[in-house]
Write a protein of this length. Structure first.
Lengths: 113, 114
């Protein structure tokens, strides 16, 4: 099974500053036939289901602000929020969908400093 | 508009069984990958199971042999039959469309306790 490890577990960033969350997989998520990395990022606020932000490592879903960006390849991935806004306070999860079981990272709790 | 509405959760004793339902609208459950994902109180997300368009199913090791995912095309509903429930199965159970999952229900709480 593919294990997903996020760092840090918790992060406090000032409004307007950059937030960076890392995600490492125990196996490569790169599918060589199409050069796609099967990694997604979700945002979850208290009492709500997760919201898909990014798929295929860097493809933002419709309606997701462009301050959110994803990068990486192989086993190392990053979610970056370029300028933190109050509404970005949430827990963020990465998920691999390269193969089942479609495992999640343990989550990163993002707060305002 | 896509909607997913879970039901069937509740308080159940260890060793008991429950069947969760996820009523879908705005799309057909047989035309997409459909997942169950759970979240224990105060914990992170755990992927539980998927059913592919062709009907192939996969499970997390933690539920394999105890849980069964299925769908009813006539009712456009996804199910999760949960048997031999344990305390560690206590969680909010979400159904989610596709992989990765753009659409999620609001979840249904399953509490396993004596």
């Amino acid at each position: 099974d593919i294990v997903m490890i996020q760092s840090p577990d918790s992060l406090a960033v000032s409004l307007g500053e950059r937030a960076t969350i890392n995600c490492k997989s125990s196996q490569s998520l790169l599918y060589s036939d199409n050069n796609n990395n099967y990694l997604a990022w979700y945002q979850q606020k208290p009492g709500q289901p997760p919201r898909l932000l990014i798929s295929l490592t860097s493809a933002r879903e419709s309606g997701v602000p462009d301050r959110f960006s994803g990068s990486g390849s192989g086993t190392d991935f990053t979610l970056t929020i370029s300028s933190l806004q109050p509404e970005d306070v949430a827990v963020y999860y990465c998920q691999q969908y390269y193969r089942t079981p479609y495992s999640f990272g343990q989550g990163t709790n993002l707060e305002i400093k | 508009e896509v909607q997913l509405v879970e039901s069937g959760g509740g308080l159940i004793q260890p060793g008991g069984s429950l069947r969760l339902s996820c009523a879908a609208s705005g799309f057909t459950v047989s035309g997409d990958f459909m997942n169950w994902v759970r979240q224990a109180p105060g914990k992170g997300l755990e992927w539980v199971s998927v059913i592919y368009i062709a009907g192939t199913t996969y499970y997390a090791d933690s539920v394999k042999g105890r849980f069964t995912i299925s769908r009813d095309t006539s009712k456009n509903t996804l199910y999760l039959q949960m048997n031999s429930l344990r305390a560690e199965d206590t969680a909010v159970y979400y159904c989610a469309r596709d992989v990765p999952s753009l659409n999620w229900g609001q979840g249904t709480l399953v509490a396993v306790s004596s």
